[in-house]
Ligand binder design. Structure first.
Ligand code: PLP
Length: 409
């Protein structure tokens, strides 16, 4: 008899998006003529940059001919993409990386979910609250989160609340935590850390021998100078941080699938006897055993992001989304709402009016304005009283939604 990994049975159901769908569907039954606008969508809507499409077409043609056909590629990714990443994403910011420190993958979700395999199951861990759910769930699956408390939190997870009261800046813990996940620019709050604020986390990690997993999936949306694009802009970070990036929100690759993880040679973890073990060869081993590489066609598409046309086209699309974000931020502020995020990220974090919780506010927007958001409490208890809106929709929808909101408030 095969015994099941019972940690999976502890996973809380992922009810958020099905609960939203249920409420939206019952609204539709009673309001069949309503023109609903969804600002809750977490997926991009603009098509791929033409430079990427062209590069992928050329790659398909190569695959169609015996002379240029490619089978299995390197598990770590093709050198042409790794070199483009190092040159454009890191060297341009004064960060030196060697090709063997960059691992191409099929996206940031896989890497953020899998990276914990390198660490013992009983490390303590910390996450911000609210949070992208993969960090907690992937650790629950291997038992690292410990036992579930009555309030739904886990006894081996330290939570760093991020609310308007602390300016969405997580407080440095007053005790040691082995593994910490940080996501900046942040999903869901759309907020960022300045260089000085991120430095405090790196200094904490250096002083406490903590490993940071830094998820920079929204790096391309950063607009302000003082916001670091990579954790390696902070001195000492290469000793303590693994950085994960994605082409999903940068270049519309949510359906194409490509991302990468940087595991610097200096970053280590300890054996129970205190011996320091570099994580880079471990991740390499993990990938070679369990991953057979991102497709050649996809990697050629991702490489094209770094060409001059690719850069121009990617910027155009991101500018489009960020203009949506500006319209929403300003429209909602004018309507009297407290609005956070949306300056260096495609997410707007909207405070519910006094006395309303996330779901009540969700219903109010749905019924009074026919606008759909995502209740903040779905991302963690500190998200209660907020709603997440995304800038990934169509311009017309953003404008129309703001008009409705201004009229009805
Ligand atoms: N990390 C964060 C913070 C995200 O919000 C998302 C997607 O929404 C991902 C990672 C997943 O990215 P990918 O499409 O590369 O798997």
């Amino acid at each position: 008899m095969a015994l099941v990994n019972e940690h999976f049975l502890k996973l809380p159901g992922s009810y958020l998006f099905s609960d939203i769908a249920k409420r939206v569907n019952s609204f539709k039954v009673t309001h069949p003529k309503a023109n609903l606008i969804s600002l809750g969508i977490g997926d991009v809507t603009r098509p791929l940059p033409p430079a990427c499409v062209e590069a992928m077409r050329r790659a398909v043609d190569e695959m169609a001919s015996a002379d240029t056909f490619r089978g299995y590629g390197p598990e770590q990714g093709y050198p042409f993409l790794i070199e483009a990443i190092i040159k454009h994403d890191f060297a341009s910011r004064g960060i030196t990386l060697s090709p063997s420190e960059v691992f191409i993958s099929d996206g940031a979700k896989s890497d953020t979910g899998n990276i914990g395999e390198l660490l013992r199951w009983d490390n303590s861990m910390g996450i911000t609250d609210p949070v992208y759910p993969v960090y907690a769930d992937s650790n629950i699956m291997c038992g690292r989160s410990g036992v579930r408390n009555e309030d739904g939190s886990w006894n081996n997870i330290t939570y760093f609340p991020c609310t308007a009261e602390n300016g969405f800046i997580p407080e440095i813990p007053d005790h040691r935590v082995d593994l910490i996940y940080l996501c900046y620019p942040n999903n869901p709050t759309g907020t960022t850390l300045t260089r000085a604020q991120l430095k405090k986390w790196v200094d904490y990690a250096l002083a406490n021998d903590t490993l940071i997993v830094f998820d920079a999936a929204y790096e391309a949306y950063i607009r302000e100078d003082d916001v670091p694009h990579s954790i390696y802009e902070i001195r000492g970070a290469k000793k303590v941080a693994i950085e994960i990036r994605s082409f999903s929100k940068t270049a519309g690759f949510t359906g194409v699938r490509c991302g990468y993880t940087v595991v610097p040679k200096e970053v280590t973890a300890a054996t129970i006897d205190g011996e320091r073990i570099p994580l880079n060869p471990l991740w390499n081993r993990r990938q070679c055993t369990k991953f057979n590489g991102t497709s050649y066609i996809t990697q050629r598409g991702a490489e094209a992001v770094y060409t001059p046309e690719g850069q121009r086209q990617v910027k155009e699309t991101i500018d489009y989304y960020m203009e949506n974000a500006r319209i929403m931020r300003e429209g909602l502020s004018e309507a009297g709402f407290k609005v956070y995020g949306g300056v260096n990220a495609p997410y707007i974090w909207l405070k519910a009016p006094e006395g309303m919780n996330s779901w009540q506010f969700f219903d109010r927007l749905l019924y009074d304005m026919n606008v759909v958001g995502t209740p903040g409490v779905g991302f963690g208890p500190s998200g209660e009283g907020y709603l997440r809106l995304t800038a990934f929709g169509r311009r017309e929808d953003c404008l129309e939604a703001m008009q409705r909101i201004r009229k009805r408030v």
